[in-house]
Design a protein around this ligand. Structure first.
Ligand code: ZN
Length: 420
């Protein structure tokens, strides 16, 4: 699986000859009869990519290197066929002798092969943004298990076991000790819940996972909730009913993915409403490509919202990298010549990843549609910060609040994933 550092490396990559290859492949299941069609499709994609590469690259040597890369991509896809367990992404540039290959959760929409100056990162950001690192705690009165769901992989991390105090058959002389034994059990259970609650808080603070979920019987929830630190409560995405000893891994995964999808949808809706409302009052929100590009360049953006099928042209300065929504021939910032950017939503991704900006792809929201399908929620507004005139409302930079910086959906939040 891919690490945060590796995503940053891909985001930085640029090839002036526009020979960067990005390949995404979602294998079909063994019984699927589409295998042959799949093989034909990949070969067609490779042929088209080669044509584009040869068009851009006059050097025969370089063309041969690119052809070797494409052959290798076709071979990789053939080896993967029939393995529905995971998908694959390959990023290659023969001219720069660059080749990276990653396994991904099998949730890609299909095969893609793109040739460009930068790597095509939208499928990756969509996939990883929708799969942050989640802690899943299963709990009962004397046991707790901690799982981690990261980039589609479920791993058990801890198993806490606190044996309840032994209770003899007798409650003592005429039941004299019975009350005492119950109190002692209740104390043990409370202590156990507290240990687990403390552990969850520590794990969140150390960044072991971004958010968490709880699986337990309803009767345990109020008592456990009473032990939770407020920060851990904020990070709790949801709760499902489960018995620690009997729940299967598939059940855990399916509960977690469903709860996560719901919370992600809710968070995205909230971000859209907040951004539009802030934009209406000219505060911490901007809409439209021109204004969003400017905010990205000045480092103001906290959350970026892009329509699922948003597509717009822009130009990019070959010198300073400035992106402009006006299709000007010369860069307004440094005067160098500009070049066309076919898909600006793709061109902004390296910047989004580098700046660790929270990103949501918005689907089917009519209000968002009306403002141009691209918007951003800002951490601050640089134009107003510099303005000392009287009636501007003070907008200060948001403090480094962990509950903000660790929100779900953030493209750059893939620290410490196992590589390989
Ligand atoms: Zn420039």
């Amino acid at each position: 699986m891919i690490t945060r550092e590796e995503i940053h490396e891909l985001a930085q990559f640029e090839d002036d000859g526009a020979c960067a290859l990005s390949f995404y492949f979602q294998p079909s299941t063994p019984r699927n009869k589409a295998h042959k069609e799949e093989a034909i499709l990949i070969k067609d994609l490779a042929r088209e990519a080669l044509r584009q590469l040869e068009e851009k690259n006059q050097s025969r040597l370089k063309s041969e290197a690119a052809r070797a890369d494409l052959d290798r991509i076709v071979r990789v896809s053939q080896e993967l066929r029939g393995n529905g367990a995971h998908a694959k992404a390959v990023f290659a540039c023969a001219a720069k002798r660059f080749w990276r290959e990653y396994d991904l959760p099998a949730h890609l929409s299909g095969a893609q092969l793109v040739v460009d100056r930068h790597f095509h990162l939208k499928p990756l950001t969509q996939l990883l943004g929708s799969l942050p690192s989640l802690g899943i705690v299963l709990l009962d009165r004397h046991r707790a298990r901690l799982f981690e769901l990261r980039v589609g992989e479920l791993t058990e991390r801890m198993d806490f076991f606190h044996p309840l105090p032994h209770r003899g058959r007798s409650d003592g002389f005429r039941g004299y000790d019975a009350g005492h034994a119950e109190r002692s059990v209740a104390d043990e259970v409370r202590q156990h819940f507290k240990t687990v609650a403390d552990f969850v808080k520590d794990a969140l603070e150390k960044g072991m996972f971004d958010n968490w979920m709880l699986g337990c019987l309803d009767i345990h929830w109020p008592q456990f909730a009473a032990q939770l630190h407020s920060y851990a409560s904020q990070k709790l995405l949801g709760r499902f009913t489960a018995e620690v000893a009997h729940v299967s891994r598939d059940e855990i995964r399916s509960h977690a993915e469903q709860l996560f999808a719901e919370s992600q949808k809710k968070r995205c809706d909230e971000a859209v409403r907040e951004t539009l409302s802030q934009a209406r009052s000219s505060a911490r929100g901007v809409t439209g490509l021109r204004r969003v590009l400017r905010s990205l360049e000045s480092g103001e953006v906290q959350t970026l919202l892009v329509g699922q099928s948003y597509h717009a042209q822009a130009v990019e300065c070959a010198g300073c990298g400035h992106l402009d929504a006006h299709l000007v021939s010369f860069c307004p910032a440094c005067g160098r010549e500009t070049r066309e950017v076919v898909d600006v939503a793709e061109a902004i991704l390296p910047r989004v990843i580098r700046q660790d900006i929270e990103l949501f792809y918005v689907d089917g929201d009519s209000e968002f549609d009306k403002v141009g399908n691209i918007a951003a929620l800002l951490r601050f507004r640089s134009d107003q910060n510099n303005n000392s005139s009287g009636n501007v409302r003070p907008i200060t930079q948001a403090p480094p609040n962990p509950s903000v910086s660790r929100r779900v959906g953030r493209v750059g939040r893939y620290r410490g994933l196992a590589s390989g």
